[in-house]
Ligand binder design. Structure first.
Ligand code: ATP
Ligand code: MG
Length: 252
């Protein structure tokens, strides 16, 4: 389908993302609800002018620092995140020495298999999530089922396009949570320790770049970056950026 869209089309990036989601749905990686969740994200991206807001940069830097100081970092993936940027998620995990774990709200063994195959095709070695052996406390959805060697024992978990319930449960269980969410008003955005308000398509490459840049920075310096970071302030700035962008386009 994408072949029909010329690269010069002003909405090429947005149309390409829709195409990835639709192909992902046909392949059995994404759920119908995943398509709706993507639509909510798209609306916020439109309000941001479809570019990385300035406020995302300190959040990306703090995320890189936190992931680099983590003992057991885990990158949690789902259908949407995998079809949108599989190679980048695998690269992020391998650059950090982090584990990849599939965690689905609409969990079926078939979907897990399709997502795992997609990740492997993009260079992943071990992928967790197919055989969960424990649960996250205080969570009723299928998302509660995790691997004791993955999310359950992680100290830092990176989540994207996430549900507020699980973010809350992960934070309550004592983990540091980094969330990637285009909506600065979502429960996920408000509950996470660090929230990157940006499209996953743009933010993960920036995060990889920042991890590579900070990789040889000493631990004390990285910890300082994390402790100086203020998520409430960053979320407020993201909302202000949306307000400004709205004002600008409504007066044009
Ligand atoms: P919450 O439970 O945290 O309030 P929600 O119920 O509004 O969240 P969900 O449908 O559970 O949202 O999850 C989708 C979230 O992912 C939305 O907040 C949406 O903005 C975000 N999202 C969708 N597509 C993208 C994308 N490409 N990049 C980043 N975030 C995205
Ligand atoms: Mg929700």
């Amino acid at each position: 389908m994408l072949k029909m869209i010329p690269k010069s089309h002003p909405r090429y990036s947005s149309l390409r993302q829709r195409d990835l989601l639709l192909e992902g749905y046909k392949a059995g990686a994404t759920s119908i609800a995943g398509l709706i969740a993507f639509g909510r994200g798209e609306a916020f991206d439109y309000l941001l002018g479809e570019k990385t807001p300035k406020s995302a940069l300190p959040a990306i830097e703090a995320s890189a620092a936190l992931l680099l100081t983590a003992e057991k970092p885990v990158i949690s993936v789902n259908g949407n995140t995998t079809v949108l940027c599989p190679r980048e998620l695998v690269e992020l995990a391998s650059t950090l020495g982090a584990k990849l774990e599939i965690n689905l709200f609409y969990r079926t063994e078939e979907r897990i298999k399709v997502i795992e195959t997609l990740l492997r095709r993009n260079g992943a070695d071990k992928v967790y999530g197919a055989r969960p052996d424990t649960e996250v406390a205080g969570l009723e959805s299928e998302r509660r089922r995790v691997d004791s060697k993955g999310i359950a024992s992680a100290d830092v978990v990176f989540v994207a396009l996430e549900d507020g319930d699980r973010t809350e449960a992960l934070v309550k269980s004592g983990k540091k949570v980094i969330a990637l969410d285009l909506n600065p008003l979502s429960r996920t955005a408000k509950t996470a320790d660090i929230t990157i308000v940006d499209n996953i398509i743009r933010a993960v490459p920036l995060l990889i770049e920042t991890v590579k840049k900070l990789k040889h920075t000493d631990k004390a310096e990285l910890e300082k970056i994390v402790s100086n970071y203020d998520n409430q302030k960053i979320l407020k700035s993201a909302v202000t950026e949306i307000q400004r962008s709205l004002k600008k386009s409504s007066t044009q």
